[in-house]
Design a protein around this ligand. Sequence first.
Ligand SMILES: [Ca+2]
Ligand SMILES: [Ca+2]
Length: 187
Amino acid sequence: MAEFGVEMEKNLIAIYRAKPAENPEILKILADEMLFTESFVYCDDNHDGMVIMEELISCEEHFLKALNRPMAMKLNRMEIGDTDNDGKLQLAEWALAGAMWDLAFGKTMVSTLGKGHLDDEKLNEFAIYKILGLVGHFFNDTDYSTAMDILFTADDDHDNKYSAAEIGCLQQHFYNDFIRKQMWSAH
Ligand SMILES: [Ca+2]
Ligand SMILES: [Ca+2]
């Protein structure tokens, strides 16, 4: 997965540097207004409507610890998301940073796993099942029916092909499902 990390970082930087708020693929991910709400609430530990660096570090640590995964990324969400530079992420900034991350993930999936399975720069069904296995496994084997629901929801135009933006949404839905389980088990 070393190659994945390098590619992911490269894609994220490219997206970050090219007016992300005007990027049509980013806007497509952000069209689902609820997509980033759960992760925001999850990280906003003191419920003041803002995520500060300490909260960001603590929720990412908690997330990776729950999954037993080491910390990977060098570029954090505060760096890419804090557009007004006040050291805090509001929901809109959080969502934009999340969409950048998700799109970078989708692009990385398309380029690393798409060889031989591309159709108009979208992954075909065969490739998406590979990704589903990979992402599902990362999120500690999300159950089959949840995974199928996510697969259906993420294919926004239901053409059985997956663009980078749709794969980004797919991974965010998995993340949200993970958070939901964490929140339930904590209460
Ligand atoms: Ca907060
Ligand atoms: Ca801010």
